[in-house]
Design a protein around this ligand. Sequence first.
Ligand code: UD1
Ligand code: CA
Length: 452
Amino acid sequence: MNIVILAAGQGKRMHSNLPKVLHPLAGKALVSHVIDTARRLDPQTLCLVHGHGGDILQKTISAPGLVWALQNPQHGTGHAVMQALPHLGNAPTTLVLYGDVPLIQADTLRRLVHAARDALAILTIELADASGYGRIVRNSVGDVLRIVEQKDASTEELAIREINTGIVAVPTKRLSEWLGRLSNDNAQGEYYLTDIVGMAVAAGVPIRTTQPQGEWEVLGVNSKVQLADLERVAQRLNAERLMEQGVRLADPARLDVRGELICGRDVFIDVNCVFEGQVVLDEAVEIASTCVIKNSRIGPGTRIAAFSHIEDAVVGPDAVIGPFARLRPGTELAAGVHVGNFVELKNSKFAANSKANHLAYVGDAVVGSRVNIGAGTITCNYDGANKFTTVIEDDAFIGSDTQLVAPVTVGRGATLGAGTTLTKDAPPDMLTISRAKQLSIPGWQRPKKTKK
Ligand code: UD1
Ligand code: CA
C-alpha cells in the first residue's frame, strides 16, 4: 500500500509557534507516532503532506524513505491528498492518515486496508456527540451513500451518530480521477477528500466500513486540552502494557513513560515516576516514588529510593541509590554500590561495593572496589578552564569533608583524614592528612563586650 499522512493544517487552536504535529505525546512528536505506526504496515510509499513549519518539521523528524509533499496554501483534505499524488507508487491501495491522530493502531489499519481490496474503506465510529465531524450517510438497507460535512449537513443528517474518522483506504488507480473531479462548491470552499465516497458509489465501487478498537484510537489533537487528554490515554496504554508483562505499578494513573521503558520480571514502580528516552529496568528492580530516570539502565535487584534523578547512567546490579541522589551522564556503578542522599555523581565509575552515602560531589572519577567516600567529599575536577580526573583505588577510605584537587590519585588501601585538601597523590596503605594540627590554648579569655 501507499500511505499518505496529512499534516498541513495550521493548528491555530494550539496557540503555539511549534507546528501542531510536533507537539509531544508520551515524549514523541504526534506525527512521529503516526509515522512509526505507518512504518509497521510496510508501505511502498510513505508520503507526508506538510504546510506550515516545513523546515522545522524536516529537521525534527528523521525518517529515512519518507517523501515530503508541500501543500501551500491549504485548500482542504482532498487538495492535500492531490499534493501527494505525484509521489505515490502503484500499490493497489492508498491509505490516508492524519498527522494529528497519533494513537491509531496498526491492527486497526490492517483491517481497514484488508477491507479496501477492490473497495473504498472508511474507518468510522459511532459517537454520542458527533458534532464537528463528517457524517456517514447510508440508504435504507445500510449501504454507504456519501459523507456529509457538519457545515453542509441537513437537520436529519446532523442527527446521524456514525462519523468519518478521516482515515480511509482508497483504490490507488481511481484516486487521481476522483480527486481531479473534486469541487470546492461547499460551505467551507474546500476540496473535501470525503466527496470521493459519493463518486465511488456512482462508479459502482463498493464502500466498506470498519471500526477502531476504541474511540481513543481516532481522537485528534486540536488544542492543549485534547493533547493532555490523549497523554493520559497514551500513559494508560503504557501502564497496561507494562502490567501485562508483569510489572507491578503502585498506581497506573501515576506513571509517565516518555519514550521506551523495558522491564524485567518482578519490577516494582511506585507513584509519580517519570521515565524518559530509553530506560531498562532489569529483573527485581524497585523504583520508589518520585524518581526521574532518563536514558539509563538499572541492573537486577537494584533499589532506587525516592526523589532520585538519573540520566545517561548505568547502575547495578544490587545497588542502593538515593533517596535524593543525582546520577548525571556518564555515571557507571557496579554491583552493590551505595549512593545516598544529596550525592551528585558525574562521569564517574564506581567498582563493586563502593559507597558514597551522604552529601558528596564526585565528578570525572575512577573509583575502585570497597571504597568509602565520606560525607562532604568533593572532587575538585574543574579549574575554571579544564577538567581533570580523580583516581581512587580499591579499599581507599576518604574521610569526611575532603577535597580531592584533580588530577590526583588515592592509592590502594590509603586513608585520607577528615578535612584533607589533597593536592598530591596519596600513597597506598598510609594515612594522608592535610589538616592543621589541633591546638588548645590554656588560660585563654573570651572577649567581653566593652561598655560605651
Ligand atoms: C475531516 C473530515 C471529516 C472528519 C474529520 C475527522 C474532510 C473534508 N472532512 O474534517 O469528515 O469527520 O476530518 O477529524 O475530509 N489537512 C491538510 N490540509 C488541508 C486540510 C486539512 O493537511 O488543507 C489535514 C490536517 O492537518 C488534519 C487533517 O487533514 O491532520 C484533518 O483536517 P481537519 O481540518 O482537522 O479536519 P476537517 O476538515 O474538520
Ligand atoms: Ca477543516
